[in-house]
Design a protein around this ligand. Structure first.
Ligand code: AMP
Ligand code: TRP
Length: 329
């Protein structure tokens, strides 16, 4: 671990994760924790920007904590904490709200997409979401932020907020870089031109804790034909190759399928069977670990307590510096 090169990232507790979340971010976190001083948190305040049932929140927070640990995050190697338990994040977000131009927030594609999806609830929190995200990030002064491609624009805005704060109040924050995986954008199984996401419906994604039968069924019915009829590999087929590789299939197997594809002899059924086998095998140990963790709630609670205590100490220090620089202390 190198404490001079911290990394930070988080996810929203909005229900079970899918393999896009895993391959785009979480899997990478489990490797990065071996090399860097990492903090990974549960963005419960961000999850409030979409309509939700308060009864679900603790369930989803616990679900995400279990998922982090089942995937291999180790509380001995990294800090895992809950965003709302470190209230300085909201305090810093307010300060960033006073320096981020409205025009920059209006450019955010996630804001535009979510406003479109949730027309009845376009709240101010949805709009200023990136200022809170910048606060989450910069509070911990990381050098990098490992996320999927859809979060790149938000991390870039955090860099620009850091720059503006430093220019206005004096050098305080680093300008962290985005860290992407080789699969920063896993595509939907039935609409492979769009990213895999829960909001589109059950058939579009594979949940990390889905049972093998259901995983196989979804992959066997994945869309492989392209409507465009162009010479390019259809997006659905490309997505299956991507999953096969990212989930750890033998290189020789991938090469064989690719040769068959080029010779136009590839049976998509074979490609799908192999992809299903590979995805199921990748998820098996994670699913088993989760069962084990479910019977040990004390372990999860201890992990969160340790991570939260560490995050609170960092936040206190950063806020003292920020308040002094802003003339509040
Ligand atoms: P979210 O579920 O939006 O909180 O996303 C959690 C993390 O997963 C973020 O780092 C996202 O960028 C990443 N992510 C979400 N969907 C995908 C996808 N289809 N492919 C790759 N990464 C993704
Ligand atoms: N917006 C991120 C997502 O939807 C979650 C998030 C909130 C985050 N704050 C962050 C990610 C800080 C990285 C760093 O996935």
């Amino acid at each position: 671990m190198s404490s001079s090169n911290p990394l930070l990232s988080g996810m929203q507790p909005t229900g079970p994760l899918h393999i896009g979340n895993y391959l785009g971010a979480l899997k990478n976190w489990t490797s990065l924790q071996d090399e860097f001083d990492c903090s990974f948190f549960i963005a419960d305040l961000h999850a409030m920007t979409i309509e939700y049932d308060p009864k679900d929140m603790p369930v989803y927070v616990n679900e995400l904590a279990l998922t982090y640990l089942a995937a291999g995050l180790d509380p001995e190697k990294c800090n895992i904490f809950i965003q709302s338990h470190v209230p300085e994040h909201s305090e810093l977000a307010w300060i960033f709200n006073t320096i981020v131009p409205i025009g920059e927030l209006e450019r955010m594609t996630q804001y535009k997409d979510k406003s479109e999806q949730h027309k009845q609830n376009i709240n101010a929190g949805l709009f200023t979401y990136p200022a809170l995200m910048a606060a989450d990030i910069l509070m911990h002064k990381p050098v990098g932020v490992p996320v999927g491609e859809d979060q790149t624009q938000h991390v870039e805005l955090a860099r620009s907020i850091a720059k503006k704060f430093n220019k206005t109040f004096g050098k305080t924050f680093p300008e962290p870089k985005v860290i992407l995986t080789p699969t920063p954008r896993v595509m939907s199984l039935v609409d492979p031109e769009k990213k895999m996401s829960k909001s589109k419906g059950e058939k579009h994604y594979i949940g990390m804790f889905e049972d093998p039968k259901s995983i196989r069924k979804k992959i066997m019915s994945a869309v492989t034909d392209s409507a465009s009829g162009s010479k390019k590999m259809p997006a659905g087929v490309e997505n299956l190759f991507t999953l096969l590789e990212a989930c750890g299939a033998e290189k020789s197997l991938i090469a064989t399928f690719m040769e068959q594809y080029n010779e136009k002899s590839l049976q998509y059924k074979d490609l799908k069977e192999a992809t299903a086998d590979t995805v199921i095998a990748m998820l098996k140990p994670i699913q088993e670990k989760r069962k084990q963790l479910e019977s040990d709630p004390g372990y999860v609670a201890d992990a969160l307590l340790k991570g939260t205590t560490a995050a609170q100490a960092v936040a206190k220090e950063t806020m003292k510096e920020v308040k002094e620089k802003c003339g509040l202390l």
